[in-house]
Ligand binder design. Structure first.
Ligand SMILES: [Mg+2]
Length: 276
């Protein structure tokens, strides 16, 4: 036969999977950034905000490992410690990281602008809502509970510690899909604020949306965003857009407030037979 016929999903989105810090809570993803900086500082290695934020979204141990391999940090580590940063160092840093991160979570768990509105819009469409995170289960349980008090209640959440590998591997979102009982993956959109969030969604065959202004890539608190000069802020948002688009994001938005409009756009594309 000269032709093959391909099955194409033309229905609407059925579910969204949102990241946590820098997406639905913790404007600017500031909670983990501060702790990563501090754990290295305690070992005599000063790291920049940019270095601390670059691997954001990964499992937190993978994040520390990635930072330790950055040439500037690796060099500084050897100067201070007289040997390269090895696996046992990473374990030790991670062990210290976990309680410090847990301690500061309550200060950084306010919902981001647009999260509640996005939730109610998606619910009206009959969509399910899942969530994934680079945090461990204990941290996720805390933020789930605290977000619920503020009115945001996703149907489920999976942490990086519960799967064989965190982002950019797709295992967390696939576990969420299994729990939601919803398919195909073309009927899902992943929303997150980091390069590894986009990788996670793409590796699972989902639509992806990257968050710029309120997320890790711009990396500022809401107050800092509001007091920053228009030109400097524009430049930072543009840099974030470029990084997320280069990672393969289908859409980039500034905050969760734009999610409903993008869902409309994705539904229009699906109806035309387009795939993620
Ligand atoms: Mg995030």
């Amino acid at each position: 036969m000269d032709f093959v016929f391909r099955r194409i999903y033309r229905g609407p989105l059925k579910a969204a999977i949102f990241d946590w810090a820098g997406t639905t809570v913790d404007y600017g993803c500031c909670a983990p950034a501060g702790v990563f900086t501090e754990v290295f500082k305690r070992r005599g290695v000063e790291v920049t905000q940019e270095q601390a934020r670059e691997p954001m979204g990964m499992h937190k141990r993978d994040h520390i490992l990635t930072m330790s391999k950055m040439p500037a940090i690796a060099k500084k580590w050897e100067e201070v410690h007289g040997k390269p940063c090895d696996d046992s160092d990473i374990d030790e840093i991670f062990e210290e990281f976990v309680p410090m991160q847990l301690d500061c979570l309550p200060n950084y768990n306010e919902l981001t602008p647009g999260t509640l509105e996005a939730q109610s819009d998606l619910r009206k469409r009959g969509m399910k809502i899942g969530s994934t995170t680079g945090y461990n289960r204990e941290m996720l349980d805390f933020i789930l509970q605290d977000a619920a008090k503020q009115g945001y209640k996703p149907d489920t959440g999976v942490s990086a510690a519960e799967v064989p590998a965190g982002r950019p591997a797709p295992w967390m979102v696939l576990r969420v899909a299994e729990q939601l009982g919803v398919f195909p993956m073309e009927a899902y959109v992943k929303v997150g604020d980091t390069v590894s969030d986009i990788g996670e969604g793409l590796n699972a065959g989902m639509w992806t949306i990257g968050i710029t202004k309120a997320g890790n890539e711009v990396g500022l608190t809401k107050a800092e965003v509001e007091s920053m000069g228009e030109e400097e802020l524009r430049a930072r948002i543009e840099r974030a857009e470029n990084r997320l688009l280069a990672a393969g994001a289908h859409f980039v938005i500034e905050t969760m407030e734009e999610v409903p409009a993008v869902v409309d756009e994705i539904n229009a594309r699906l109806a035309k037979g387009q795939r993620p």
